[in-house]
Design a protein around this ligand. Structure first.
Ligand code: GLN
Length: 542
């Protein structure tokens, strides 16, 4: 039997609902249950692919090529279950599906309305593509009271009636603000937020209360009384030193016990909660022997969430190296203005993905600096493309650049000219297609050269990694680039699309067209991140 846990947020945004859902999923998994997590996003974009990372944080890509909310990254990292297209939906996609059906005549004769047509579409999505999951944790984005999320809340309200109490639970995440003059945590915003939920017909079953200080017993009793939940279902969620401590912290406060108790499952699998893998991760992150300073040279540096998976993957890479990874974001435009001296304090430089012209020359300068000074350099997606331009210029193509750049008239060593195979069909890119959903997306195979550093790190010739880019390296420049020392060590199986490039004479210069950070897990650090941090440790020792 599949049970659904609907997770909503109240009082303010940024309470860490996504992390809470991921931690709860991890706890259920630790008890032997099969878990899936889904995210319902209330914005009108069909997917987050067209949003600036500065507005909404990173766009997480799944194996099956969905561009999704970054919370799916938390889910994958905590559960090690590959998320799918069917795990994230937005209001935009829901409405676009409904309108498509209306045009097709699926509702012929009917007036198409939010209830029931939009809410049915949402419910169908929540119930779709499931097999033998024990639990589906379904997070509603936004904060209760927002106009945008109302149809989603209405849909989950209806599901209680459709599926019954024994298959549905509502978990509401709230905040208890601390008022310093009164030296007290306040419960009133939580009461109001629950009232707001009640006004749309949802009675939360469990409250996860974020607070900066331990919640006194009397406040738990008060919240339980005013919000119609049992005291055992008022779960304090205090800040912890590392996010990997969240599952354990919530377990100690009784979150999983409360949920299983609600479903009458407290006898089943109650004894077996093995959190040792989390203890090992926390231990690995906290008890380190070395430190390295890594610079991410990017352009979305004012919002750390823009590089969420990268930051996580770098941290994971530190674990097997007993290394604390200090990460700084350096603005590529600052390098354009002040030069590469600002990179001197770093033991490793990572050039991340990105779009557009801004900051690209700064990234190219950072790559030259790393190359000339033997600083470990990791180029990812746009980072690889900039490394190609850097090498092309070294090889004498002085006007080398990317046809992604506005009004570019030079030599496009990076361009749209290639084709690739997806599901047996040739895909071709023209610059006239829609911007949304038309990138090379999702998992593609790559064959590694057995004499390469990447082969050594992966320990395998055939790999599969996730992509999200429109432009490709023009393979016609291979000879020229190799003459400048940039060796093509990973290619698509047909040999046409460069996937991994390395410089042999450099201690660690590895660039990849894909996004390895999306597949790194705290328990299974990605081999390239592990290798990058290892070489940064060596560099730091001089
Ligand atoms: N802008 C580049 C492209 O579309 C790189 C994309 C990326 O770094 N994700 O090809």
């Amino acid at each position: 039997m599949t049970r659904f846990v609907f997770i909503t947020g109240g009082v303010v945004s940024s309470l860490g609902k996504g992390l809470g859902a991921a931690a709860l999923g991890a706890l259920l998994q630790a008890r032997g249950y099969k878990v899936r997590i889904r995210k319902l996003d209330p914005y009108l974009n069909v997917d987050p692919g067209t949003m600036s990372p500065l507005e909404h944080g990173e766009c997480f890509v799944t194996d099956d090529g969905a561009e999704t909310d970054l919370d799916l990254g938390h889910y994958e990292r905590f559960l090690d279950v590959s998320a799918r297209q069917s795990d994230n939906i937005t209001t935009g996609r829901i409405y676009s599906n409904v309108i498509e059906k209306e045009r097709r005549g699926d509702y012929l004769g009917k007036t198409v309305q939010v209830i029931p047509h939009v809410t049915n579409e949402i419910k169908d999505f929540i119930l779709s593509d499931l097999t033998d999951e024990d639990f589906v944790l379904c997070e509603v984005g936004g904060t209760v009271g927002d106009i945008e999320s109302t149809p989603f809340l209405e849909a989950i309200r209806q599901l209680r009636t459709d599926l019954g109490r024994e298959k549905t639970a509502y978990l509401h995440v709230t905040l208890l603000p601390y008022i310093s003059v009164a030296e007290e945590l306040k419960t009133k915003p939580t009461q109001h937020s629950v009232k707001e939920l009640l006004s749309i017909g949802i009675q939360p079953d469990i409250l996860l209360c974020r607070a900066d200080f331990p919640i006194p017993e009397k406040d738990k009793v008060k919240i339980a009384l005013f919000c119609n939940v049992s005291k055992e279902c008022v779960i304090p969620a205090l800040n912890v030193d590392t996010i990997y401590n969240v599952p354990k912290a919530y377990h100690e406060e009784g979150l999983d016990k409360a949920l299983l108790g609600y479903f009458g499952l407290n006898k089943e699998k109650e004894q077996k909660v093995d959190l040792s893998k989390w203890d090992n991760v926390v231990d690995g992150v906290k008890n380190t022997k070395h430190q390295v300073n890594i610079a991410i040279v990017g352009k979305y540096i004012s919002l750390l969430d823009a590089y969420k998976s990268l930051i996580e993957a770098l941290t994971h890479g530190g674990i097997p190296n007993n290394t604390k990874v200090n990460i700084s974001c350096v603005d590529a435009q600052d390098i354009e203005e002040s030069g590469t001296d600002i990179l001197k304090p770093y033991d490793g430089i990572l050039i991340p993905g990105g779009f557009g012209n801004r900051g690209t020359e700064g990234k190219i300068s950072a790559i030259s600096y790393a190359r000339d000074n033997n600083v470990p350099l990791f180029g990812i997606c746009l980072g690889l493309q900039m490394a190609v331009i850097e090498s092309a210029r070294r090889a004498g193509i002085k006007d080398a650049g990317s046809s992604e750049w506005d009004n570019f008239k030079g030599t496009p060593v990076i361009g749209l000219m290639t084709e690739w195979i997806k599901s047996g069909k040739k895909q071709q890119r023209k610059d006239t297609v829609d911007m949304g959903g038309t990138l090379r997306l999702g998992a593609y195979p790559c064959v590694l050269d057995k004499k390469s550093k990447s082969y050594e790190m992966y320990g395998s010739e055939n790999i599969s990694e996730r992509h999200r880019h429109r432009y490709e390296v023009n393979i016609d420049y291979r000879k020229k680039l190799e003459s400048a020392g940039l060796i093509f060590t990973g290619l698509s199986p047909d040999g046409l699309l460069p996937e991994v490039l390395e410089i042999k004479s450099h201690p660690w210069f590895v660039c990849v067209q894909y996004h390895p950070e999306l597949k790194s897990r705290p328990f299974k650090p990605h081999p390239l991140f592990k290798g990058f941090i290892k070489s940064a440790v060596e560099f730091s020792k001089g």
